[in-house]
Design a binder for this molecule. Structure first.
Ligand code: SF4
Length: 385
């Protein structure tokens, strides 16, 4: 198969994998410009530093010896597979970058010859990109199940972001998705090493000037797990392993896999999981405060912050001119940026009405029912309940 045709197939197959933030209008597109003899899938992405780039998400190979129940690349599934060798792939990617088609890469791989050998191929590719071809742009490198400590450290020296897909929140749930993967030894351990390497070598100044961030991905709803289980794992990763971001990829059945008849996870569940995980990461919420139902699911009708506020703030609105940052962040419609703006403005003047609040960028339709503005309930009260 021609190299571009292979890359097109691999980049298309990886389109489902979440990585980095999408730009608001960022639907993946097939770049078919006059610069390119064929086309590859490109993702408009926002990097952790806010920079917008054209990200190529791809595998080095779609051949895999493992048999995870949900995965389109599982061994034995009948579809046309494609493979690159590290040097060939690196040169092709740099050519696409020179033509302005891509600016960064998210590189993963099917497992062939074991996790260690596969990781070596990913590392070889990154080494060639960085040290032979002089690529200075963004690299997100996947760490394979079973990779060794030295490989994890090398990946961190070469990449801007590293990730391990946990897939499930614990050993029992993983057994229902990927029975031949070992949750603790193969998946969690590399994430622990990443955190340990960052902690024990704080003065590291590689070519990026700092250690890369680490992220993971869960297949939401694939193993019958509850939101409570997923968010318990997420909370642990944020608080103990320095994880930057947990991604939730809703389960969607793939034909010709053992889970092909299982119902897909509704998009709203994925959305609620993201909202709840941001409450844990950015809003100072504890896991126990999230509004779980008796079965461990989050309510789907309202977002988790609104559900919490309805239970806790509806009878006791908070005074916007006195509340500290922690309390401001609990009000629906007020995010970290909005809370900081309110604190700054309060140094100069009191906030007395909804219009002033709206001018600060606060979503007043959501926030007003839970606030006192200089001792008075906001004049504007939308019907929230
Ligand atoms: S190891 Fe990765 S690529 Fe292979 S079947 Fe499992 S999830 Fe899919």
């Amino acid at each position: 198969m021609d190299a571009i045709v292979r890359l097109k197939a691999l980049s298309e197959q990886m389109s489902f994998e979440p990585a980095e933030e999408r730009t608001p209008t960022g639907t993946p597109y097939l770049d078919k410009t006059e610069n390119c003899p064929d086309a590859v899938f490109v993702h408009p992405a926002i990097l952790p530093n806010g920079q917008k780039i054209k990200l190529l998400k791809t595998l080095l190979t779609s051949v895999c010896e493992r048999d995870c129940f949900y995965c389109p690349f599982r061994a034995g599934r009948d579809f046309r597979r494609a493979t690159f060798q590290p040097e060939e792939f690196a040169r092709l990617f740099v050519m696409l970058t020179q033509k302005g088609i891509t600016e960064g890469i998210f590189l993963s791989s099917g497992v062939t010859g074991g996790g260690i050998r596969t990781q070596d191929k990913l590392l070889d590719t990154a080494e060639i990109l960085r040290h032979k071809l002089g690529f200075r742009g963004y690299i997100h490198l996947k760490v394979m199940p079973g990779a060794e400590h030295a490989q994890v450290e090398r990946a961190m020296q070469l990449a801007d972001r590293v990730s391990v897909n946990l897939e499930a929140p614990n050993t029992e749930r993983l057994a229902r998705l990927a029975p031949h993967k070992q949750f603790i030894e193969e998946l969690l351990q590399p994430l622990k090493w990443m955190n340990e390497i960052r902690r024990t070598q704080p003065s590291y100044r590689g070519w990026q000037g700092r250690w890369p961030s680490s992220v993971t991905q869960f297949v939401a709803g694939g193993a019958g797990e509850s939101d409570l289980e997923l968010l318990t794992a997420t909370q642990y990763l944020y608080s103990h392993l320095g994880l930057k971001r947990a991604y939730y990829s809703r389960f969607q059945p793939i034909p010709d896999t053992p889970l092909e008849n299982q119902a897909p996870t509704p998009p709203i569940r994925e959305h609620r999981l993201y909202q709840a995980s941001f409450l844990l990461r950015d809003y100072g919420f504890e896991l126990e405060e999230l509004p779980f139902e008796a079965d461990g699911r989050l309510p789907v009708q309202s977002d988790p912050k609104l559900a919490w506020a309805q239970r806790n703030l509806a009878e006791q609105p908070i005074e916007i001119n006195c509340a500290d940052r922690h309390m401001l962040l609990r009000v629906p419609g007020i995010g970290p940026k909005g809370a900081d703006t309110i604190l700054l403005v309060r140094l100069q003047t009191k906030i007395r009405d909804v219009i002033s609040l709206r001018k600060l960028g606060i979503l007043t339709e959501r926030a007003a029912p839970f606030l006192l503005l200089d001792g008075r309930q906001a004049a504007y009260q939308p019907s929230l309940f």
